[in-house]
Design a protein around this ligand. Structure first.
Ligand SMILES: [Ca+2]
Ligand SMILES: [Ca+2]
Ligand SMILES: [Ca+2]
Ligand SMILES: [Ca+2]
Length: 133
């Protein structure tokens, strides 16, 4: 009897561990996919940036906006895997045309960059390219 209980608890622990491990591996998207539709919309994407402090990492002089130098350096340092030539330029991201990328433009720029199929959602494969940073 004791043996059965021990076996059962062992199995239970194993199952919990396995599902926890799975969840962790899939955290990349599910952690941010609040409405659980298996894709990340612009609103959900916002929290990715908040969690990671990406914008402040790029904003090296801390004035809460990115000039072109900071923007280019950011890509070189943090997104070296990206082919710079394929990216939209600084001017494309600066939709308000004030020569700075504010946090909103930054997020939008990244979202558009990752949303390879332009459907306004980041699917797991698209999102994974961000996680690879
Ligand atoms: Ca979602
Ligand atoms: Ca700055
Ligand atoms: Ca701007
Ligand atoms: Ca997409």
């Amino acid at each position: 009897m004791m043996k059965n209980i021990a076996e059962a608890s062992f199995l239970a622990i194993l199952i919990i561990c396995l599902s926890a491990c799975n969840t962790q591996r899939k955290m990349t998207l599910t952690g941010y996919d609040r409405d659980r539709d298996n894709r990340v919309n612009r609103e959900e994407f916002e929290s990715v940036f908040r969690d990671r402090n990406t914008y402040s990492d790029w904003d090296t002089d801390g004035d809460r906006r990115l000039n072109e130098v900071e923007w280019e350096r950011g890509f070189n340092v943090y997104s070296s895997d990206y082919n710079y030539d394929e990216m939209e330029g600084f001017d494309e991201w600066d939709t308000e045309r004030d020569d700075y990328i504010d946090e909103n433009e930054f997020r939008e720029g990244f979202f558009n960059l990752f949303d390879a199929n332009d459907n306004d959602y980041l699917e797991e494969s698209e999102f994974a390219s961000y996680q690879g940073q």
